[in-house]
Design a protein around this ligand. Structure first.
Ligand code: BES
Ligand code: MN
Ligand code: ZN
Length: 501
């Protein structure tokens, strides 16, 4: 898709379609008003006759509106003017794009970026419009033999901004929105890929292809033999029941000065989580192909960082592994010695994510990181707590937690903090080892974070549980590309890049 910004008036546009808003009840936006005037009341007449109420998401496509140079006018219901919030704005854009894509307009000039959204500026509106567009046009058709794509898809969209002064921020917003969408789209592609194709070796191929495509990126891998030498017994135990070798891929973006302490992102990369010997029930088990959503999110974020060439050093770790039941599989009751030297009693082989992550978190100490963020589809309990709207954020370092929540707010990629208080730690007590991998029914997301916190003493650390946000279930099943927007925003903030210049 080609994006641009412009500052012009609607009646002067010569395009396949021009998109303007109508508020509820039947109230024209200023831009729609202009079109109404030159068309001598054509639009207000339609509204009076009841063709469009203006409810959020309502669409009315008009052809050959008198005196209008563009072939079509798409009227878009924007709801009550006072109630237009961020969520509605994004939904309206997505719906608009869908409509344009299905109704033959290969290009359009969109005036919805001029709508007033409380607390948000032109930069935000244009960037969100780009991201919402790319998100709503995303399809995963690689494995379908009949693609079923629209005959005349939307190819070019111009977002209008109110003044010429805002053209520069508009252009920056497009650049940033495109970079974020590109990363998110890679995340979706890799996460949607089925587990017979997307295994740890596939994640490693993805890391290598980033390195081949971007000068700032290099990649390396740690295989099972090397893990054994390093004492990563916990990570290895989880993969032992699988025929697919565990591989930890490490992606370096060298954008900052040499010697600058890197920001490290660690992604849970369970390319399939059957539960292992503590096997999961059959229903919905296919969705456990998404248990590598953390790794996919880290991979996508690395691509965004490389696209923007952010002047900061970032390392992304994809902790690839598959959890399967087998004669060689690890069992409940096993006691594992982690790379840190701490011992863990396995009470449930389905609490495997933390066993993989703990060794990856110890491994990254060697990079002497500025900070470490792990991203994981770690607990079903996180879905119980927050549903699918917010990522669960947990951290033992308040300033980092606040910085991440701020990035979440800026990028409209929701996250909500849960506590990691010491009181919860005792739920991990074990009679036989230093602690167990299971915290019991209460506060399952928090006790998982407590487990990880025992491996992150050497640096500032935050944990993002994306169990509810990485993919959608049901008839629209598919990866969401989250939390790429939030993580990218965090790194953009850290690298000091600005909205203008
Ligand atoms: N990958 C799952 C968590 C998960 C489940 C994410 C469903 C999204 C949807 C994780 O490995 C797991 O199985 N967790 C267990 C932990 C329990 C055994 C302590 C869970 O959530 O039930
Ligand atoms: Mn599991
Ligand atoms: Zn899992």
């Amino acid at each position: 898709m080609e994006f641009s910004v412009k500052s012009g008036s609607p009646e002067k546009q010569r395009s396949a379609c021009i998109v303007v808003g109508v508020f509820e009840p039947r109230r024209l936006t200023a831009v729609a008003e202009q079109l109404d005037e030159i068309s001598e009341g054509y639009i207000s007449n339609l509204l009076r006759r009841g063709d469009l109420e203006g409810k959020a998401g309502q669409m009315l496509l008009l052809h050959h509106v008198p005196n209008v140079l563009s072939e079509r006018v798409l009227l878009v219901g924007c709801g009550k003017e006072r109630e237009l919030d961020e969520r509605q704005y994004k939904q309206i854009i997505a719906k608009t794009i869908q409509t344009l894509n299905e109704t033959g307009s290969m290009e359009a000039v969109c005036f919805l970026t001029e709508l007033h959204v409380k607390g948000r500026d032109t930069y935000w509106k244009v960037r969100q419009a780009v991201e919402a567009t790319q998100d709503s046009l995303y399809t995963f058709l690689q494995l379908k033999t009949k693609k079923g794509e629209p005959r005349r898809p939307l190819r070019k969209i111009v977002f209008n901004v109110p003044t010429r002064r805002e053209l520069t921020v508009g252009e920056r917003a497009i650049e940033h929105g495109l970079a974020v969408s590109k990363g998110a789209s890679l995340t979706k592609d890799v996460a949607n890929m089925p587990p017979n194709i997307c295994n740890p070796a596939y994640l490693w191929e993805q890391a290598q292809s980033l390195a081949a495509n971007y000068d700032s990126i290099t990649a390396e891998v740690v295989n099972e033999e090397q893990m054994a030498e390093l004492g990563m017994n916990s990570y290895l135990a989880v993969g032992r029941g699988s025929d697919n070798e565990s591989l930890m891929s490490i992606i370096h973006h060298n954008g900052g000065p040499e010697g600058q302490a890197p920001i490290v992102l660690v992604g849970k990369g369970l390319t399939f989580d059957s539960g292992g010997i503590s096997i999961k029930p059959g229903e919905g088990m296919d969705e456990m192909k998404y248990d590598m959503g953390g790794a996919a999110g880290v991979l996508g974020t690395m691509q965004t960082v490389a696209e923007l060439n952010l002047p900061v050093n970032v390392i992304g770790v994809l902790a690839g592994c598959e959890n399967m039941p087998d004669g060689k599989a690890y069992r409940p009751g096993d006691i594992l010695t982690t790379m840190s030297g701490q011992t863990v009693e396995v009470l449930n082989t389905d609490a495997e994510g933390r066993l993989v992550l703990c060794d990856a978190l110890t491994y990254v100490e060697r990079f002497e990181p500025e900070l470490v963020i792990d991203v994981a589809t770690l607990t079903g309990a996180c879905i119980v707590a927050l549903g699918s709207h917010a990522t669960g954020l947990m951290s033992t370092h308040n300033p980092l937690a606040h910085e991440l929540l701020n990035a979440s707010e800026q990028s409209s990629d929701r996250a909500w903090r849960l506590p990691v208080w010491d009181e919860y730690q005792e739920q991990l007590d074990s009679p036989f080892a230093d602690f167990t991998n299971l915290g019991g029914r209460a506060a399952g997301s928090i006790t998982a974070a407590c487990f990880l916190s025992r491996f992150t003493k050497k640096y500032n650390w935050a944990h993002m549980d994306i169990a509810g946000t990485a993919w959608r279930s049901g008839k629209n099943k598919g990866a969401t590309g989250r939390p790429v927007p939030m993580l990218s925003q965090f790194l953009m903030n850290r690298s000091g890049i600005k909205q203008e210049d």
